[in-house]
Design a protein around this ligand. Structure first.
Ligand code: ZN
Ligand code: ZN
Length: 394
């Protein structure tokens, strides 16, 4: 006997095989897929009510996830939609006829499930209209506000539940760091607001992408917090990055051993030079691997010089850069590591982005009368260094 499901399977197979992809109306096809998704939810719900998952010796969610080959979160959504659609015939009909899409129906179902906990019912017609009038994002926002208004206690509990799920992973991999995490709404907004405030373009020549500027903003926040010297001490010292290098490494001499971050592997000599430019240096002399003299820590620019420099400048000296001087560090025009003096005429306040540009990015800063000029890296040299012996087309 050929049942309804077998007919659907064979129709779907034929459709996939014979319908010309160039001539199928995607909107109508999407409505069919949405309607079938709704049907699947109702079928799953009935199956759960019969206790099929108990026969399989599983919880309802893991059983649904396995049956539909989806994640646990998606399974929870399908079961909720299935249960609620049975109670909301108008929403079920709107989904089945293609009036509203699956995501909108799901938003409405989750709202009903939440307000249903205190015996409230939503107005189906009104929510179908909302689904047609608003984007999914806006619909979700209205639904969340409604949930908060109808059942504030449950809303608070859910916020706390989200808060419990907060997590941040920082892992080191292949010479880079990877960040992954979840923050609850308020904490995430605080982080995003702070990053956004620092992620704007710095001058017309700033060609970083949005994501690069956001990444730089996060690093800048960390540097700023450390430079302010207000972070709590650990083992008696303010948090800072420690680099181990040699005189040769500091000068970037050919053949010098790579310099090391105390917690993160080797770094380039250019980065060492930047860090030394505004850093605190400790002299450690060794003879046969035995420390014979630990010099006093000195800053490459003294606090007094730094104060004088800040009094002279309002912002970073990078071209068109408006980063306030408090967010910059002193750069030695003639590199400190190359013997450049730490006097005011050799110092320039640069933000993280521009400081990196002149050390690692190959830009040059030259004095021009009273001011300075920033010169982009010479392309010819950059090309030559890419592939020695290779001819470039004219
Ligand atoms: Zn510098
Ligand atoms: Zn700058």
């Amino acid at each position: 006997m050929v049942g309804e499901l077998e007919r659907l399977e064979s129709a779907a197979r034929d459709f996939d095989l014979f319908a010309d992809d160039d001539f199928v109306d995607p909107a109508r096809l999407a409505a069919v897929v949405n309607a079938l998704q709704g049907k699947l939810c109702k079928v799953l719900h009935r199956s759960r009510m019969r206790g099929d998952h108990l026969l399989a010796g599983q919880g309802a969610v893991s059983w649904a996830a396995k049956t539909c080959k989806v994640s646990g979160n998606v399974a929870v959504d399908r079961l909720c939609v299935g249960a609620q659609l049975e109670e909301m015939p108008r929403v079920a009909e709107a989904l089945s006829s293609g009036e509203i899409g699956y995501q909108a129906a799901s938003t409405i179902c989750h709202l009903q499930e939440r307000v249903g906990q205190i015996g409230a019912r939503i107005d189906e017609e009104m929510w179908i209209r909302n689904a047609k009038d608003f984007s999914i994002k806006d619909l979700r926002e209205i639904a969340t506000k409604t949930w908060h208004a109808v059942n504030p206690e449950d809303f608070c509990a859910a916020v706390e539940e989200n808060f419990e799920r907060r997590q941040l992973f920082i892992s080191e991999t292949d010479g880079m760091y990877r960040l992954d995490g979840w923050l609850e709404a308020e904490g995430g907004a605080a982080v995003k607001t702070a990053i956004d405030a620092l992620a704007k373009r710095l001058g017309a020549a700033d060609d970083r992408s949005n994501k690069q500027r956001r990444a730089d903003a996060l690093v800048e926040i960390a540097h700023h917090a450390m430079n302010q010297g207000t972070l709590p001490r650990r083992n008696g010292a303010r948090p800072h990055i420690t680099v181990t290098t040699t005189i040769e490494g500091l000068k970037g001499e050919l053949g010098a051993a790579a310099s090391d971050l105390q917690s993160g592997g080797p770094i380039s000599s250019k980065t060492v030079q930047r860090l030394a430019c505004d850093g605190t240096l400790s002299r450690v002399l060794k003879a046969d691997s035995v420390v014979v003299d630990v010099g006093r820590a000195t800053r490459s620019a003294s606090p007094a010089q730094w104060r004088a420099l800040k009094a002279r400048h309002r912002t970073c000296s990078g071209p068109g850069c408006d980063r306030p001087v408090n967010w910059t560090s002193p750069h030695h025009i003639e590199f400190w590591s190359h013997g450049g003096p730490s006097n005011l005429s050799n110092l320039l306040p640069l933000c993280y982005y521009h400081h990196r540009l002149v050390h690692e990015g190959g830009w040059q800063v030259v004095r021009a009368g009273e001011g300075v000029r920033f010169i982009p890296p010479d392309r010819v040299i950059a090309r030559r260094s890419r592939a020695p012996g290779m001819a470039w087309a004219a």
